[in-house]
Design a protein around this ligand. Structure first.
Ligand SMILES: NC(=O)c1ccc[n+]([C@@H]2O[C@H](COP(=O)([O-])OP(=O)(O)OC[C@H]3O[C@@H](n4cnc5c(N)ncnc54)[C@H](O)[C@@H]3O)[C@@H](O)[C@H]2O)c1
Length: 251
């Protein structure tokens, strides 16, 4: 438990998905006031049910739309008066086609959500944090933020970009007490990965074998790192990218 997270106001994007849902739950378990947001209202509301209605509010928003993210932060301020923490986590995947077979529309879609989405999220969140007492932002990159993966060029490019935004924002706002870090999950069995498995049977076994610890990450593994980065226990950590991958990137 992190006592300093009690009463903190937190936005989690992609909150209807596997990693986001678990992060929302753990923030709520620590007494934070959570705005759980997603484009998918159905799964977003399921997250509220899972995580606890008292402390969690669902607000629909599209991370790829600047106005939508502006309205999300406005609504957060209306509800709770400030913003302390953000887990910018929404993402989409494209697995399969090699680069020359990726259409410009497919590439743009991945970039719009995974990279512009993190930019537009931070662009809306940071002014609210500067008007308060600083903040902590955690962006979800990936092990594919630092390595390539055949069949995922647009996804890999977007996740490399997330690390660039993270490091630069960390530098720009360090003096104003806004910390900005990233998590780089190994493979987690979420709806995103189940969708790849449905198209490429055996994908999960193949990637499990690559993890030196012999298993995939759980959403809880990732959420634990996110909460640590949000808490005062990581007060001097900013601009970092933390791998949570059972030593996958170590090799
Ligand atoms: N699952 C993995 O193996 C893995 C590994 C490394 C990184 N990641 C990253 O972790 C994050 C969470 O992924 P997950 O595995 O929980 O996937 P998921 O598909 O379960 O959840 C992603 C969520 O993002 C939401 N979303 C998609 N587009 C959106 C938009 N435009 N605006 C707002 N929300 C939107 C989806 O509705 C979904 O609820 C993603 O950024 C993903 O790239 C996942």
């Amino acid at each position: 438990m992190y006592t300093d997270l009690e009463g903190k106001v937190v936005i989690v994007t992609g909150a209807g998905g596997g990693i986001g849902r678990e992060t929302v739950k753990r923030f709520a378990d620590n007494g934070s006031l959570v705005i759980a947001t997603d484009v998918n209202e159905e799964t977003g509301h399921e997250t509220v049910e899972y995580a606890g209605k008292e402390l969690v509010t669902f607000v629909a928003a599209d991370v790829s739309n600047a106005d939508s993210m502006g309205r999300l932060v406005e609504r957060t301020l209306e509800l709770h008066g400030r913003l302390d923490i953000a887990h910018n986590n929404a993402g989409v995947e494209l697995n399969g086609p090699h680069l020359a077979d990726v259409t410009p529309e497919q590439f743009d879609r991945i970039m719009a959500v995974n990279l512009s989405g993190v930019f537009l999220s931070m662009r809306a969140e940071i002014p609210a944090m500067l008007n308060g007492s600083g903040g902590s932002i955690i962006n979800t990159s990936s092990g594919l933020g630092v390595k390539g993966f055949a069949g995922q060029s647009s996804y890999v490019a977007s996740k490399h970009g997330v690390l660039g935004l993270t490091k630069t924002a960390a530098l720009e706002y360090a003096a104003q007490d806004v910390r900005v870090n990233a998590v780089m999950p190994g493979v987690v069995r979420t709806p995103m990965v189940e969708a790849i498995e449905a198209e490429v049977p055996g994908f999960i076994d193949m990637v499990t074998a690559k993890h030196p610890m012999g298993r995939l990450a759980t959403p809880g593994d990732i959420a634990n790192a996110v909460l640590w980065l949000a808490s005062e226990q990581s007060a001097f950590v900013s601009g970092a990218a933390i791998a949570v991958d059972g030593a996958l990137l170590a090799g």
